[in-house]
Design a protein. Sequence first.
Length: 274
Amino acid sequence: MSYGLLKGKRGIIFGALDENSIAWKTAERVHEEGGSFVLTNAPIAMRMGTINQLAEKTGATIIPADATSLEDLEKLVSQSVEILGGKLDFVLHSIGMSVNVRKGRLYTDQKYDWTVKGWDVSAGSFHKVMQVLYKQEAMNEWGSIVALSYMAAQRVFPDYNDMADNKAFLESIARSFGYFFGRDKNVRVNTISQSPTPTTAGKGVKGFDGFISYAEKMSPLGNATALDCANYTISLFSDLTQKVTLQNLFHDGGFSNMGVSDAVLQAFEEQQNK
Ligand SMILES: NC(=O)c1ccc[n+]([C@@H]2O[C@H](COP(=O)([O-])OP(=O)(O)OC[C@H]3O[C@@H](n4cnc5c(N)ncnc54)[C@H](O)[C@@H]3O)[C@@H](O)[C@H]2O)c1
């Protein structure tokens, strides 16, 4: 269903790799709600993914940019404002990657140049994106910037590895930069802490299948899907949430406030009675 919530609004969406990506679903929903946008991803992802199909479907222009490169980001932002015909109202940062996770290095055995790379892609890039937007004065007043996080920023999920630290850093950047963006430009900055979701990045985490079914059993509303996340993001891009800023917003079917659920207890009891 469409409510026209983003009619006339312009933005940039980072991180749509394939149709499972949270950014992909968000782009589809933004389009349905009347928003226009530029799609961007790392140059290498252009070859791996199917972003062209999404661009065709939504009438978006694609501008490749490595989100760790200030030069790429500066071009991306200035070209987007030009192509879209005005300043931006929304930006989605939907980017995450850990080389240690990819290569199966344990948290207790990190290769630190990989740690630094993962940090730069997953968290530093958010600061860079915002600094470029801020300096170019590219955001409209009451615009909205959202990045995606995970609860391993607050609690221990051993196999999430150094991504846990990257997410803690990301959430802190949202608060710190959000202060300046709010004070100086009336722009809000938030992170959404999303349920485990079966995407390329999600499935790359060791033990993901156990992870996602445990969260499903723990959450009174069940896991939030990528489409649910897209819908929540739309609400944060809309004019209905103008005073929400500096927040890390849990979007997880209630998981983050649970201790234990009947479903999880039952699974343990069944195991013990075997
Ligand atoms: N999938 C989950 O379980 C889950 C849960 C909570 C939060 N998140 C977060 O959601 C966001 C989106 O991930 P997703 O699950 O949709 O997976 P995804 O793999 O579809 O998206 C990750 C994106 O990051 C992009 N990327 C990587 N390096 C980049 C770079 N240098 N420059 C620009 N883009 C780069 C990839 O190309 C890809 O499009 C990430 O921040 C992820 O950590 C995911």
